[in-house]
Write a protein that binds this ligand. Structure first.
Ligand SMILES: Nc1ncnc2c1ncn2[C@@H]1O[C@H](COP(=O)(O)OP(=O)(O)OP(=O)(O)O)[C@@H](O)[C@H]1O
Ligand SMILES: [Mg+2]
Length: 376
């Protein structure tokens, strides 16, 4: 995930505090983590169209740089080294969730990194959410996380360091629950708090969940309800806490991934900042199919629709909708429903091509139509 930038951070905050110092009420308000970031969670991702433009540059043949190593011009994909140490089986071509490389011994190594600005005010919960989200991309390709390193930026002049400690504690607790070591990291002083992890996992190369493996005639299942985006936006604006959103964002996608593999699924992705519509569009495009969404079957967290009606919609959600609009047959649905299905999720569930016990079927993949997405 790319991090959008540094603008908009809270001015006039108190001096740096030492661990253990008590806070005044005013200071407690200024230590509301979401006030220190313009965006929040996966809603702070670079919009999908802009991201794909810069990533496409990486895929293009790379001319030799006059001051770079003399590897010469690459004939094919720019990212392939002349003498690779492993076979790349999932790379950048379709914007899949994680990179997968086959190595000696018939195992596959899964690599991914994710970090973002605060999505809730509670530092421990934010740590748990960010770690659950970082681990999710390993599960989304059918892997098992093995080791993670923390990625942390902290405005140490304006936010107490003991909050950073709580963030890391939350991340550690989630990784432990996932059976994944946290064995290091990197930390910098920055204007906005940013936290996440780089995670390495293992997978069976014959049993991967790929974004390009969807086939017509397959139902689409969604393993977590939508709506965390609008509830987080409401939380940032009002301070109201939504335990149902925190519960959803801290639920590991491990069981969903295992259930998908057990059901014989071969195609999945996780629903994060580009929303259900954005991620489903990527899946349909990569698989050469159209995805039909049964809007009435899409589950939402309690309070999500009300939050949209009250205007708590992030810029990221509106950008998601604009991005998919040229590829969307929206049928009879109006703005409220469209904003809900495009809602930028943080640490959302898996979108699986296949039927999974306990997960609602929210649509179906069909042969490619003029529009890659159709709502019914
Ligand atoms: N700076 C970058 N350089 C190279 N590739 C990138 C960069 N940023 C993103 N990508 C790639 O672009 C694709 C889409 O990125 P995105 O962050 O949406 O995927 P993701 O990791 O599945 O996100 P999420 O964690 O929200 O599920 C991925 O394949 C990702 O590896
Ligand atoms: Mg992903």
């Amino acid at each position: 995930m790319l991090y959008e930038g540094y603008s908009g951070w809270e001015p006039n905050l108190p001096r740096a505090r030492r661990i253990g110092e008590t806070m005044t009420a005013t200071e407690r308000d200024t230590t509301r983590l979401t006030r220190h970031a313009r965006g929040g969670g996966c809603a702070c991702k670079i919009p999908p169209g802009e991201l794909e433009t810069i990533v496409a540059e990486l895929l293009a043949p790379q001319p030799a740089h006059p001051h770079g190593p003399s590897l010469g011009e690459q004939p094919g994909r720019g990212l392939t080294p002349p003498s690779p140490n492993g076979e790349l089986v999932i790379g950048l071509d379709d914007g899949d969730d994680a990179a997968v490389v086959c190595v000696e011994g018939g195992r596959a190594i899964v690599a991914t990194a994710d970090f973002f600005t605060p999505v809730v005010d509670d530092p421990y919960d934010w740590g748990r959410i960010a770690a659950t989200n970082a681990l999710s991309d390993v599960y989304a390709v059918g892997g098992t996380p093995v080791v993670a390193v923390n990625l942390l930026a902290w405005p140490r002049q304006t936010l107490p360091m003991d909050l950073a400690r709580e963030v890391l504690r939350g991340g550690l607790d989630v990784a432990r629950a996932a059976g994944c070591h946290v064995a290091g990291g990197h930390s910098v002083d920055g204007p906005e708090p940013v936290y996440g992890m780089a995670v390495t996992g293992l997978a069976d190369p014959e049993r991967l969940l790929r974004i390009d493996a969807g086939r017509p005639g397959t139902p689409i299942s969604l393993t977590k309800p939508l709506g965390v985006g609008v509830l987080n936006t409401r939380h940032k604006a009002t301070g109201e806490v939504f335990p149902q959103a925190i519960e959803a964002m801290t639920t590991l996608n491990r069981d969903a991934s295992l259930a998908a593999l057990a059901a014989g699924a071969r195609c999945a992705t996780d629903v994060t900042g580009f929303g259900l519509l954005g991620h489903l569009y990527k899946l349909a495009r990569a698989s050469g199919v159209t995805a039909v969404v049964d809007v009435a079957a899409v589950p939402y967290l309690e309070g999500a629709r009300e939050a949209v009606r009250d205007g708590h919609v992030s810029g990221g959600t509106r950008r998601n909708l604009a991005w998919v609009a040229p590829h969307l047959d929206a049928g009879r649905f109006g703005e409220e429903d469209l904003l809900l299905v495009a809602d930028a999720q943080t640490s959302g569930g898996l979108l699986i091509a296949g039927e999974i016990p306990g997960a609602p079927v929210v649509g179906e993949l069909v042969p490619r139509e003029p529009a890659a997405l159709r709502l019914i």
